[in-house]
Structures are given as C-alpha cells and as structure tokens.
Design a protein around this ligand. Structure first.
Ligand code: ZN
Length: 136
C-alpha cells in the first residue's frame, strides 16, 4: 500500500469552510455569483465580472482537464513516493482552476489536456479535493 502523503489541514473560516467540507457528499463546490453565474475561486464576497455581491456555494461536475502539472521526485520526509501536483481547469468555466494532487494513477502518463475528475480524501473532517485521471 502506498503511504499517504502528509497534508496540512487548512484553517477553516466563514469564507472557506464550505469548500473544505464540500466533499462530505462527494461534490466539489465553488462560490458562484448569483447574478451572472461566474464561479469565484478563491472564494470572494463579490463578483469580479459584474461586481455583484450575491454569491453562494454551488456544486460543479468535478470534471476538468490538466492545465499544468509537475511531478515531485524529492522525498522530503524520507518515505513518500513521487507525487504529482496538478493545476486543474474545471469544465464549467475557463480559468476556474484548482491546484491539487493527482492520485491513483501512473504519474508517467500525465499530460496537459488529460481529463481528470475529482475524488476526495477525508482527514479530520476536511475533505481534500484530489484528482484522478479519467480512463481514455
Ligand atoms: Zn457576477
């Protein structure tokens, strides 16, 4: 079994709690402008597109594509295996991107543009949104 990587638990506040607990029901959520429909990430109390202040968390598909990635081979803690840091662009909106880790796949086959989908890893009530490759 692969050792689970160390993860820093985020500090929850009123603005980000929905994001880190969203995976409890298996859905990824982003703050979305209720006026024009623009997704906001990181969460913001107002919309940069229309300056609207009616924003609320809404679920997204969890599907996206690898926008950029890097594979880390340095074992900082002496035991972990190489892992991939991915910048995923969600299919809902150009520019809606999330920095995460790729899990459950062969790191050698990652490439820009590959389809991925969200999976969650729960630690102490925090649901980390991670991504896995969608089989081609
Ligand atoms: Zn808006």
């Amino acid at each position: 079994m692969t050792q689970q990587p160390f993860r820093v638990l985020p500090a929850l506040d009123d603005d980000n709690e929905f994001f880190w607990t969203s995976g409890a029901d298996g859905r990824l959520r982003f703050m979305r402008c209720q006026v024009c429909g623009y997704y906001l990430h990181p969460p913001s109390p107002w919309c940069p597109e229309c300056s609207g202040t009616e924003v609320a968390p809404e679920p997204v598909s969890g599907r996206g594509r690898v926008h950029s990635f890097t594979v880390n081979h340095q074992s900082w803690d002496g035991g972990s295996e190489p892992y991939a840091i991915v910048l995923v662009e969600l299919e809902e909106q150009a520019g809606l991107r999330l920095t995460s880790n790729l899990v459950g796949g062969d790191l050698g086959v990652i490439e820009i543009g590959r389809k991925v989908r969200v999976v969650f890893e729960e630690r102490d009530g925090i649901f980390f949104p991670l991504f896995e490759l969608v089989p081609t």
